[in-house]
Design a protein around this ligand. Structure first.
Ligand code: NAP
Length: 272
């Protein structure tokens, strides 16, 4: 039986829940990734942040630095393997070791199944599925060498259930769930924990991509969004911070007993 834990160094009683930890977060410029960066910084983690353009990170980097955390960043396209390798190397160089990796970068394309071009399908798979795979592979090798680590993947309710007019996104998020479970199983004894969060509708720029769905339904976007909220038992879309709370838990020692889990947060839209 291994005595290793997945956690970063022990916390002092008054420290944040991630004190002493270093984390790499992809897609940290806005939306859910930015909220996770803010929450991790509040809990005492040092952060390496990434997005497709470095300029997009300026605001969140300044915010994290103002909280007294060490922060660095780099542009990387997670769909590009060489770009991911450079990102990972830069993170290791900046911090020496990586305790937590959050695979959050993602894109959305919605349209009826029969209307997707192969290129559109490919791009969504490249960013959401291959991107997560590339980062996870490097993270797992790094963490195996240290005997500990936490990987948090941002999947979606679309990764666990069917949904109309988003076959490519749905397929990519089902892949993220499968990658989470397989990596968790293979790496549990090595002290590494791999879990996913499956959000429903979260109020971010990505929801703007639903304008096509609204047009298809012959509705104004605001009316379409109101109809979306009405389908949610809690009556509202989620806020990015609500996803970040779960990410903190999955990154912290509090969740050391969990791996391979896919935690849904959807205002009750999906249960189970
Ligand atoms: P968002 O506001 O559109 O932000 C997406 C983030 O991903 C941005 O930081 C963006 O960086 C980055 N990104 C996009 N393509 C990238 C690439 N090729 N390489 C590296 N970074 C890239 O979206 P969000 O709603 O916060 O979504 C974050 C994650 O949550 C995604 O995986 C999404 O699928 C998932 N999710 C969202 C919802 C929702 O309702 N919003 C629901 C379930 C799951 P740039 O600044 O460079 O563009």
């Amino acid at each position: 039986m291994t005595t290793e834990t997945a956690s970063p160094p022990a916390l002092s009683p008054n420290a944040g829940r991630l004190a002493g930890a270093t984390a790499l977060i992809t897609g940290a410029s806005r939306g859910i990734g930015r909220a996770i960066a803010e929450a991790f910084a509040r809990e005492g983690a040092d952060l390496f942040l990434s997005a497709t353009a470095r300029a997009n990170l300026a605001d969140i980097e300044a915010h994290v630095a103002a909280a007294g955390r060490r922060v660095a960043g780099a542009a990387a396209d997670v769909a590009d393997e060489a770009s991911v390798e450079a990102l990972f190397a830069a993170t290791v160089e900046a911090f020496g070791g990586i305790d937590i990796v959050v695979n959050n970068a993602g894109i959305y394309t919605g349209k009826p199944f029969t209307e997707y071009t192969a290129d559109e399908f490919d791009r969504v798979m490249r960013v959401n599925a291959y991107g997560t795979f590339h980062v996870m592979q490097l993270a797992l090798r790094h963490m195996q060498g240290r005997g500990r680590g936490k990987i948090v993947n941002i999947a979606s309710t679309a990764g666990k259930w069917e949904s109309p007019n988003q076959a490519a996104y749905n397929a990519s998020k089902h892949a993220v769930v499968a990658l989470t479970r397989c990596a968790a199983l293979e790496n549990a004894a090595a002290g590494i924990r791999v879990n996913a969060i499956c959000p429903g509708f979260v109020e971010t720029d990505m929801i703007g991509e639903f304008e096509g769905h609204a047009a298809r339904a012959g509705m104004e976007f605001d009316a379409f969004k109101a109809a979306m909220a009405a389908r949610i038992p809690t009556g509202r879309l989620l806020q990015p911070e609500e996803i970040a709370h779960i990410a903190v838990y999955l990154a912290s020692p509090e969740s050391d007993g969990m791996t391979g889990q896919t935690i849904s947060i959807s205002g009750g839209m999906r249960m189970g």
